[in-house]
Design a protein around this ligand. Structure first.
Ligand SMILES: NC(=O)c1ccc[n+]([C@@H]2O[C@H](COP(=O)([O-])OP(=O)(O)OC[C@H]3O[C@@H](n4cnc5c(N)ncnc54)[C@H](O)[C@@H]3O)[C@@H](O)[C@H]2O)c1
Length: 267
């Protein structure tokens, strides 16, 4: 008798960007645990390969590709290599993102453009490239990492907030596009609140420094209190991505999955 595979995304092939750390690493690991063959991509080759090796070590199927998500040509190579290795593409998680802590008056045009290149152009390029591969099967699931900061603003995060609002709205237009011509390519956004990852650790440190303090406890406590259920763990987001990647969500498109411990309740 063949192996019985009960994974929630068995037989699916997924690409996860920004998979070397934080949410991307957790999402890639979760999808692999639930039976998907996963292509992890990131700028950080060393840590990305390590995560892929850990997945393989635990019995999963994964490979790592170095990838700058704002590089149009590299996107074609990443999708080509995925099709070459695994034969198809079912899921893309546009997770890679960057953030910085600066008031508008301190934000340079280069700062702004770089953030939009990664957070917005990267999502556009990934969606466009994946959609053409997914049209070969007529189905797929694209999951974009937006944020609760697409609607809650902070004085130190104008560029980031604007970029995430763009991701949310783009996701809905892409969802319409993915449902044309008989295709069922679903496109949804996930909106994490405050989740303990390297990005958030850096932000907490930057905010503490801005207050002239190297001790991060006060900022951390304030942030924890912003969410009625406290800050989250990467796996909290990975479970959401798993649902959207699986056929359990086959009627869900253009939707916003908020996973925020109640962050938005207190705005
Ligand atoms: N952590 C949170 O609380 C939170 C909240 C809301 C939204 N998000 C979003 O979730 C996503 C993941 O966040 P995280 O907290 O895990 O971040 P992180 O900084 O901890 O990890 C991001 C990963 O993306 C990679 N990366 C950065 N720029 C890249 C590029 N140009 N090309 C390819 N890879 C690149 C980094 O090397 C890193 O491995 C981001 O889009 C972020 O905006 C996070």
């Amino acid at each position: 008798m063949g192996k019985v595979n009960m994974g929630r995304v068995s037989n699916k092939v997924a690409i996860v960007t920004g998979a070397a750390a934080g949410l991307g690493a957790a999402i890639a690991t979760m999808l692999a645990r639930e039976g998907a063959r996963v292509v992890l991509t990131d700028l950080d080759q060393k840590r990305g390969s390590l995560v892929a090796d850990q997945i393989v070590g635990a019995g999963g199927e994964a490979m790592f590709l170095e990838h700058e998500v704002s590089d149009e040509r590299r996107w074609l190579e990443v999708v080509d290599k995925t099709l070459g290795q695994f034969g198809k593409l079912d899921v893309l998680v546009n997770n890679a993102g960057v953030q910085f802590v600066k008031r508008i008056s301190d934000t340079t045009l280069e700062d702004w453009r770089r953030l939009f290149q990664v957070n917005v152009e990267g999502v556009f390029l990934g969606t466009r490239t994946a959609m053409s591969a997914m049209r070969q099967n007529g189905s797929g699931s694209i999951i974009n990492l937006s944020s609760t900061m697409d609607r809650v603003v902070s004085v130190n995060d104008a560029a980031y907030c604007a970029s995430k609002a763009a991701v949310t709205h783009f996701t809905k237009a892409a969802a319409l596009d993915g449902a044309t011509d008989g295709n069922r390519i679903r496109v949804n956004s996930i909106h994490p609140g405050l989740i303990e990852t390297p990005m958030v650790e850096r932000e907490i440190l930057d905010l503490a420094r801005l207050r002239g303090d190297v001790n991060t406890d006060a900022v951390r406590a304030k942030w924890d209190a912003l969410c009625p259920l406290g800050m989250g763990k990467p796996e909290d987001i990975a479970y959401g991505a798993l649902y959207l990647a699986s056929d359990e969500s086959k009627l869900v498109t253009g939707s916003e999955l908020v996973i925020d411990g109640g962050h938005l309740l207190k705005r």
